[in-house]
Design a protein around this ligand. Structure first.
Ligand code: ZN
Length: 409
């Protein structure tokens, strides 16, 4: 296993993927480089993918054998631009934003922010959807100086989502009618009036990096959950296991998965029915891959003392008695077996009994497909920060574990 090469490949993937649609586009690029072709699950293609807006299905069929599914999600919490975004304050141009998902708001302050997403424009050939990437610092949400908020370090930072999170992008000059539409028009090379609608989100333009004395760590946006997307794509591209292997990368996990392309749609269940029929065999397995909380050294008591989670400790199996995670003992066992065959360490997470547990797409897809499921994920710190941390060996560990899980034991 070359963990350094895996880490750098993950960083390249995440840097190409500031939004779910960009993540799908980068995934398509990688799948096509590995011989996958655009297809539909029922059309008999053996190495196919189907992109659906910010979600994607890809599959490989190789004769008789078990069904193995890996799910992950393409979306991450961020700030999203309102439909009529132009606003001003104290002589500065600003944008109105909505908060998408469970954002750690403080982590978006004082960062160099770009804008990315897609717009629907009226072009020469009619209505078309275009990706947008403004990969330079055009926005910033400046923090209030401590002198103007003396109690911040004793009472904590209080941020109102409507009032305090509006990014600044310019100084208002005399007769200054500049607007976001003008910037988008220049980026897309269309008249501002021909931009009919858009979905735009902010992202930190600082490149992801290895850090630590010996580069033990990765600092990057969107580790939750593009790390799992990257690992599932890499594992699918390299496998030659018998049976049927499927990856499902879903948008909208951070807001509950109920959407046309989210995990609570028919996307995966319909694809499985088309690929392998209505009742997959008993040894079928769904691996729901989404990041896990590593134990934070400054808050170690937030974890159960017998379930401490280490960075570079390998994939984490997530267990919850109340079905917030879908892990079954059989799913757990099959994943542990895969880790052992891959020579990858693994860990087990259960939350403190007096703390509410997070969740992910595992219980949703388990309910919709009936597949035995295991919830797993790479360990990370600062989940939902604009810049998160994981171990620099953890991308390689997860990729190798998923590749082994595609093989039946
Ligand atoms: Zn997640």
């Amino acid at each position: 296993m070359d963990h350094v090469a895996d880490a750098h490949d993950f960083l390249a993937y995440v840097q190409a993927s500031p939004t779910p649609r960009h993540c799908v586009a980068e995934t398509v690029r990688r799948l096509e480089a590995s011989g996958f072709v655009p297809a539909e699950p029922g059309d008999g293609t053996d190495r196919g993918y189907a992109a659906r807006a910010g979600s994607l299905l890809a599959w490989r069929r190789n004769g008789e054998g078990p069904v193995r599914v890996v799910t992950a999600h393409t979306d991450s919490p961020n700030l999203r631009v309102k439909p009529q975004p132009d606003t001003r304050g104290a002589g500065l141009h600003q944008l109105g934003v909505e908060v998408y998902g469970g954002v750690l708001l403080n982590s978006w302050l004082d960062r160099d922010l770009g804008l990315a997403g897609h717009a629907v424009v009226r072009g020469a050939d009619g209505i078309e959807t275009r990706l947008i990437t403004i990969d330079r610092p055009v926005l910033r949400v400046p923090q209030l100086a401590i002198h103007l908020d003396r109690e911040i370090n004793t009472k904590g930072l209080q941020l109102n989502k409507q009032q305090h999170m509006k990014p600044v992008w310019g100084i208002v000059a005399d007769d200054d009618e500049r607007s976001l539409a003008e910037l988008l028009g220049a980026e897309l090379d269309v008249e501002a009036a021909d931009i009919l609608a858009f979905q735009l989100m902010t992202f930190d333009v600082a490149p992801p990096a290895l850090w630590g004395w010996n580069d033990e760590f990765i600092a990057s946006p969107r580790i939750d959950n593009q790390l799992s997307c990257w690992a599932s794509v890499a594992a699918l591209a390299e496998t030659d296991a018998p049976g049927t292997q499927v990856i499902a990368l879903f948008d909208h996990e951070e807001v509950g998965s109920t959407s046309a392309t989210g995990a609570d749609s028919g996307l995966l269940a319909d694809a499985l029915a088309a690929l392998v029929g209505p009742s997959p065999s008993d040894d079928s397995l769904c691996i729901s891959a989404d990041c896990a909380h590593a134990t934070h050294p400054n808050y170690a008591d937030r974890h159960d003392p017998e379930h401490q989670i280490a960075l570079n400790g390998g994939p984490v199996v997530k267990v919850n008695a109340n079905e917030r995670y879908a892990t079954t003992p059989l799913g757990h066992a099959l994943f542990v077996d895969a880790c052992e065959r891959a020579g990858v360490p693994h860990q087990v997470f259960v939350s403190r009994t007096d703390l509410a547990c997070g969740s992910t797409v595992g219980p949703i897809t388990a309910a919709r497909t009936g597949l035995d499921t295991v919830d797993v994920g790479a360990p990370q710190l600062a989940m939902h920060s604009a810049r998160e941390t994981t171990g620099s060996s953890d991308p390689g560990f997860l990729r190798a574990a998923l590749a082994a899980a595609f093989e039946s034991s």
